[in-house]
Design a protein around this ligand. Structure first.
Ligand code: DX5
Ligand code: ZN
Length: 220
């Protein structure tokens, strides 16, 4: 059985006690920390940006998995690497053509980061296939990006399955990540389809059973 990683999304954390919240998910066994960066333009919400990442840089032994839901990933993708991101995942839909998308991939890599590409629920999964060999990660959005606490979109499972088949067929090492509405039930469905990383926000933060829930996502 594939080892599955958990990436708690700090968007759902209590920012009054951010350090404590991160320590709780770290001690529970989470290996990734998911940062949802929103610009109020690509998505109808504004979250946080470079200063938050800079303040956390190097403080936690977790992979800083930065999901940029922004309209200008070419300018800001490399800046997030410099601010401490290990992986910067930008949106396919933020660019109008593949030439531009390739430029973003190169810019993030040149800055020293790993790079991921994310697709919204209404975007066909096949559009990312040509990029997979250049990507460290592909992020399937199982909710409309912009907010935590939404309901999982079941059609995402078909995308995970198609990605798993393609990645295995061409012996790529691109990781598959799913993001949005993940809980013990939806996580199980995603794992059966071959996902590698589960992003979870509201299912973890705010719960009194964070340790059980992180372990449950990884092992159940
Ligand atoms: C949505 C974000 C997700 C979200 C996950 O735009 O990309 O990471 O915070 O939150 P839950 O797990 O509550 O759906
Ligand atoms: Zn996210």
């Amino acid at each position: 059985m594939r080892r599955v990683h958990v990436a708690p999304s700090i968007l759902s954390a209590d920012f009054r006690f951010l350090n404590h919240e991160i320590e709780k998910v770290y001690e529970a066994g989470a290996t990734y920390l998911h940062f949802d960066v929103m610009d109020g333009h690509f998505v109808p919400n504004i979250s946080f940006g470079l200063p938050v990442l800079e303040s956390l840089k190097g403080h936690y032994n977790m992979i800083y998995d930065v999901h940029i839901m922004i309209s200008d990933p070419l300018t800001y993708g490399p800046k997030f690497v410099k601010a401490g991101a290990d992986i910067v995942t930008f949106h396919y839909e933020a660019l109008s053509n593949d030439k531009e998308r390739n430029k973003v991939i190169r810019a993030i890599r040149k800055a020293g980061g790993k790079v991921g590409m994310s697709i919204k629920p209404k975007t066909r999964v096949e559009v990312v296939f040509p990029f997979l060999k250049m990507l460290d990660l592909v992020l399937v959005m199982s909710v409309e990006p912009g907010f935590g606490g939404q309901k999982f979109i079941p059609a995402s499972l078909d995308k995970i399955e198609k990605l798993r088949k393609y990645i295995d067929r061409y012996k790529l090492d691109t990781l598959i990540e799913v993001d949005g509405g993940i809980n013990n039930k939806t996580a199980k469905l995603c794992k059966e389809k071959g996902v590698d990383i589960l992003v979870a926000g509201s299912y973890l933060f705010g719960s009194s059973k964070i340790k059980d829930r992180v372990e449950g996502l990884m092992h159940d």
